[in-house]
Design a protein around this ligand. Structure first.
Ligand code: HEC
Ligand code: HEC
Ligand code: HEC
Ligand code: HEC
Ligand code: HEC
Ligand code: HEC
Ligand code: HEC
Ligand code: HEC
Ligand code: HEC
Length: 324
């Protein structure tokens, strides 16, 4: 990966310039925890084996994690290797192990401090400014509310025969890769119970059944994949329901995205008491927009059933959407 090489070069420049700029740096120190890295000298990095002496369980879980392989790369710059890449240079910590300002304690750090520490390396996924525009960052939710870096290898080894009361460890491959604390439904559901409950309505997207995921439709943060999506809702729906948007000879404005909010004008995305996840199974659905007098013909049935406007999404043969 290119950033190893780049950050190596940058680090050398920083060290070379350190003597010259040290006075300025003292005046304007970067915020915690970046200050730990900024003031560290190469000999302040003691290496992960040293940490293992006193923190065995954390060493074991780190070793089993996807972070271990790239962070053991001998080509990686010192400040991005092993435990110290995340927790800060060891020598400073060893000056006084009880001092919480000399090591990064993620479980006690603020949302902003955690983001600063993680995004030193994950600028590829998102920049700090992008993260801080998300609903989650603004509400004080931190990277470590959703991601768990040290996983419990014991717990995983015992899966699926977990002890009673033990939270099930993630079994979903996708969640596994992203180091999530739990399956998406359980994780997101901790804070979004109301939305999870909507997936129990009679007609719903098969999220609880494991066939779709919250992040198929939501980008919880600007991720690499997210950049491919343009329109957050219509664009998302169409990745799985391509047939609904045609193109048709006779488009229906809200479906084509020419007016309104797109698919959610008529559908409840999570779940609904009405078939096809509709907001309503009465004429009221169409009357949201079609308020002209003509809309009262054939009362007693919905506009799209009984062989009427069956081509609600658009038609290739009939301007009034009565045949596909
Ligand atoms: C000589 C033993 C020793 C070594 C070596 C050592 N630590 Fe520590 N560390 C401690 C002690 C003691 C504490 C404070 C007591 C505690 O809470 O565990 C501590 C605290 C911490 C904490 C905060 C824990 C908390 O819950 O408050 C972190 C994080 C940490 N060390 C990481 C590291 C890393 C990373 C390294 C390697 C660079 C390292 N330690 C090396 C002994 C050590
Ligand atoms: C990729 C970043 C990362 C790496 C690498 C890493 N840790 Fe951690 N560490 C964390 C995070 C985040 C937490 C908070 C709990 C969690 O997410 O599992 C944590 C928790 C801890 C704690 C408990 C105190 C705290 O910060 O809450 C100790 C002690 C610790 N790590 C030691 C280590 C040691 C020793 C290593 C190397 C063997 C290491 N860590 C490698 C990110 C990291
Ligand atoms: C020292 C650099 C570094 C730091 C700091 C760091 N990571 Fe990573 N992280 C990596 C590398 C390298 C990978 C594996 C390569 C990749 O990006 O696919 C990785 C992988 C991940 C993955 C899995 C991505 C995937 O595609 O499988 C997640 C999730 C993650 N990190 C979250 C975090 C969080 C949360 C923090 C802060 C607690 C953090 N990282 C801190 C370097 C780092
Ligand atoms: C609300 C929960 C949540 C929060 C908060 C969160 N993430 Fe994630 N993250 C996820 C989920 C879910 C995925 C996997 C699905 C996806 O990519 O959308 C993921 C994927 C990732 C990946 C790997 C995939 C990629 O696209 O690169 C990295 C790295 C990552 N997150 C880092 C972070 C960092 C760093 C922070 C904090 C600045 C953070 N996350 C905050 C839920 C969260
Ligand atoms: C630690 C709690 C927590 C977790 C875990 C969490 N969220 Fe959130 N989420 C929030 C908070 C707080 C907000 C801010 C708005 C609010 O209060 O609803 C929010 C906002 C959102 C919004 C935007 C709401 C809006 O009005 O625009 C979406 C979408 C969302 N979360 C989806 C998810 C998904 C998907 C996951 C799982 C990957 C997740 N959240 C995990 C707490 C959480
Ligand atoms: C099929 C796509 C899809 C899936 C799957 C999905 N959502 Fe949504 N979600 C949406 C859309 C679209 C909206 C916007 C609703 C609107 O504007 O009427 C939304 C809105 C939200 C909101 C904002 C508040 C609200 O209710 O309007 C939250 C929070 C949320 N979803 C959480 C979740 C969680 C948690 C999951 C997984 C358990 C999930 N979503 C799964 C499409 C989806
Ligand atoms: C990740 C793929 C995926 C995405 C994205 C997605 N869906 Fe679905 N959708 C499904 C699956 C799977 C079903 C269930 C089909 C089944 O049970 O045969 C479904 C079912 C539906 C149904 C009911 C179909 C029926 O025959 O009753 C509607 C309506 C629907 N989705 C609308 C939407 C809308 C609106 C969006 C965007 C907010 C969306 N979908 C996004 C996969 C997806
Ligand atoms: C003007 C209202 C309206 C809009 C906007 C709309 N739909 Fe529909 N949709 C319906 C109605 C009504 C049905 C039920 C048709 C039936 O029962 O024959 C339906 C059925 C569906 C179905 C299940 C049957 C099928 O045709 O496959 C899917 C999937 C679906 N819609 C997806 C979408 C998507 C994706 C969008 C956005 C691109 C969208 N809809 C926009 C009204 C709408
Ligand atoms: C979000 C608003 C909206 C909703 C909801 C909606 N439509 Fe439309 N529809 C439009 C617009 C805008 C047009 C194009 C302008 C016009 O002719 O009124 C249109 C055009 C039509 C046309 C073609 C009429 C013509 O004169 O060319 C038919 C038929 C139609 N809609 C049927 C329906 C049916 C059936 C429903 C309910 C399933 C529905 N519409 C729901 C906005 C909507």
């Amino acid at each position: 990966m290119a950033w190893w090489r780049w950050s190596g070069t940058i680090l050398l420049i920083v060290f070379a310039g350190a003597a010259v700029v040290s006075k300025d740096q003292q005046k304007k120190e970067p915020p915690f925890p970046l200050n730990l890295f900024a003031r560290a000298k190469p000999e302040d990095y003691v290496g992960e084996k040293e940490c293992a002496r006193c923190h065995k369980p954390y060493f074991a879980s780190y070793e089993a994690s996807p972070h271990a392989l790239p962070m053991r790369d001998p080509k990686a710059p010192l400040d991005k290797r092993g435990c110290e890449g995340c927790h800060g240079p060891g020598e400073i910590h060893l000056e006084d192990v009880e001092d919480p300002t000399k090591v990064i304690i993620f479980t006690k750090a603020t949302e902003r401090q955690v983001a600063l520490a993680c995004l030193r390396c994950h600028a590829d996924t998102m920049r700090l400014s992008q993260w801080h525009r998300t609903e989650h960052a603004r509400a004080g939710v931190s990277c470590t509310s959703c991601h768990q870096i040290h996983r419990n290898p014991q717990k995983e080894r015992n899966h699926p025969s977990l002890l009673p009361g033990q939270a099930p460890w993630t079994t979903n491959k996708k969640d596994d890769v992203a180091l999530l604390k739990d399956t998406e439904v359980n994780l997101c559901g901790q804070c979004h119970q109301r939305q999870v409950a909507q997936f129990r309505l009679p007609f719903h997207h098969p999220v609880l059944e494991g066939r779709t995921n919250c992040t198929d439709c939501h980008d919880v943060h600007p991720s690499r994949q997210a950049r491919r999506k343009t329109n957050p809702f219509k664009g998302t729906c169409v990745t799985c329901h391509a047939q609904t948007i045609g193109p048709f000879v006779f488009e229906h404005d809200p479906v084509a995205g020419w007016s309104g909010d797109g698919c959610t004008d008529c559908h409840q995305p999570h779940g609904s008491p009405h078939p096809a996840l509709l907001k309503s199974s009465s004429r009221g659905l169409c009357n949201q927009c079609h308020t002209d007098k003509g809309n009262s013909h054939f009362p007693g049935q919905t506009c799209w059933q009984s062989g009427c406007h069956i081509a609600v999404h658009g038609s290739n043969t009939d301007r009034f959407l009565r045949t596909p």
